[in-house]
Design a protein around this ligand. Structure first.
Ligand code: UD1
Length: 421
């Protein structure tokens, strides 16, 4: 939700030094909260949850479904024993797309689910055909009533589902839906993202039998009963990547704890290639930059293990500090260059080579006022401002609060001059 203190004031040009414990992954925690609805007995305790608005919104929806939720420090305890059927009201969570992740668990738990898609809700603008068609192929009936979608799983059955694209959300829905469906369900062309794997680990810890997560084929053997567990989701690879790119922009040396380096393999390769030094030991990654960097020339996003779309905007921000012209291509989402016009205000020159590929260069950069328009793009404007001498402002930071736990405090801890106003 938007709050009054919706702006960061940044005096850029300072190096970053110090240590950060990376927050828990937003994209792992959200579907795991949804999947906790599948526990037939006992509490689900989620350890060290990120204090971000997407998580508080998701928990508000769980409460609407009559799941008991309590907070103990940064741990949340969820008890779904009294959960009851309810519509998933998109109006509650206008700013969050993750309501769609509730489809699999609510349908498994209640056998019917209604999702409302009011005008203006972002989820309505995104295709959900893969979610719908894959559930249909498992015998789920889907009916449309005005702006509402009604799902009925009374006659659902296990089976084989092939996804036309490895959609993260659709894979997570199917896994949640199938883990209590009698028989064997296979997902072909499944998403391979670490957050999908973490969801499957969580469900297996609850007693599910899911095999092959992280590969292109996931097999789920339906189990009758699942029980509550205490679970610590993975660290946030996108937050880790954001900080790594910030060090590449600002210089300095930062150690990140709670990182699985293999989750950021592509980013690490690129940052090392252009001149950063990166060491990893267990779950600690240390990045430093002493000298000026080389261009990365060209990157393209893709489905995991390719370069993540959620770090694409941060790479746009980095490119304005690199020599020569660099190209960034977006494969996963069409039109994800929302920050291009803001970077131009700083002095970047951005040429569209096609609708999904830009070429960026910059000569003279100057600190100015910028407006965040989305979560990752907003964080990237902060990175750009941290790298430019002088006072910048980034407003509408409620977008950033959706996914970053006090981004300004984290950078201030590393020596940046940034405050919320
Ligand atoms: C998740 C992540 C998001 C990330 C994205 C891609 C969460 C909460 N969000 O989003 O941060 O950017 O994965 O890594 O985990 N598509 C269809 N039809 C569908 C579903 C998807 O055409 O039914 C398309 C989308 O428009 C997009 C592509 O498939 O072009 C990938 O989307 P998907 O993997 O589903 O992303 P999300 O799960 O929404």
């Amino acid at each position: 939700m938007k709050n009054k203190k919706d702006k960061f004031i940044i005096n850029g040009g300072k190096e970053l030094h110090g240590k950060i414990v990376v927050q828990t992954s937003k994209n792992a925690v959200l579907p795991i909260i949804s999947a906790s609805l599948l526990a037939d007995e006992g509490d689900v305790e989620l350890v060290n949850c990120p204090q971000i608005t997407d998580v508080s919104n998701m928990l508000a929806i769980m409460r609407k479904l009559n799941v008991k939720v309590s907070k103990h420090g940064k741990n949340y305890v969820l008890n779904p024993s009294q959960a009851s059927n309810s519509k998933i009201d998109c109006r509650l969570i206008k700013s969050m797309r993750s309501s769609i992740f509730l489809l699999g668990s609510t349908l498994s738990r209640f056998k019917t689910t209604t999702i409302s898609l009011p005008g203006g809700c972002k989820i309505g603008a995104r295709p959900i055909d893969i979610h719908i068609n894959s559930l249909k192929s498992l015998g789920v009936e889907v009916k449309t009533f005005g702006d509402q979608l009604f799902f009925d799983a009374t006659h659902a059955h296990a089976g084989s589902v092939e996804l036309k694209l490895p959609s993260v959300g659709a894979t997570e829905n199917l896994v949640q839906f199938a883990c209590k469906l009698p028989g064997k369900t296979t997902i072909i062309n499944a998403a391979r993202e670490p957050e999908v794997v973490d969801l499957c680990h969580f469900l297996n810890a609850m007693g599910a039998k899911i095999v092959g997560a992280g590969g292109k084929k996931i097999t789920i053997y339906g189990q009758a009963n699942l029980k509550g567990v205490k679970y610590k989701p993975i660290g946030d690879r996108i937050v880790a990547g954001t900080i790594m790119i910030a060090v590449a922009i600002c210089g300095g040396k930062v150690s990140l704890e709670n990182v699985e380096p293999s989750h950021n393999k592509k980013l690490i390769e690129i940052l090392c290639r252009i001149g950063c030094k990166i060491d990893t030991k267990n779950d600690i990654l240390t990045i430093s930059k002493q000298n000026s960097l080389m261009p990365f020339n060209r990157i393209s996003t893709g489905f995991y293990p390719a370069f993540p779309t959620d770090l694409q905007s941060q790479m746009l921000a980095l490119s304005i500090f690199l020599p020569a012209k660099n190209r960034v291509k977006e494969i996963v989402f069409e039109n994800r260059f929302l920050i291009a016009s803001e970077l131009e205000k700083l002095g970047a020159e951005i040429k569209y080579l096609s609708q999904n590929e830009v070429e960026i260069s910059a000569q003279n950069l100057a600190a100015v006022s910028l407006i965040a328009r989305d979560l990752r793009g907003g964080a990237s404007l902060v990175l750009a401002s941290l790298g430019i001498k002088g006072q910048s402002e980034v407003s509408s930071v409620h977008y950033i609060d959706r996914g970053y736990e006090s981004l300004e405090k984290m950078f201030a801890k590393l020596g940046a001059d940034i405050k919320r106003e």
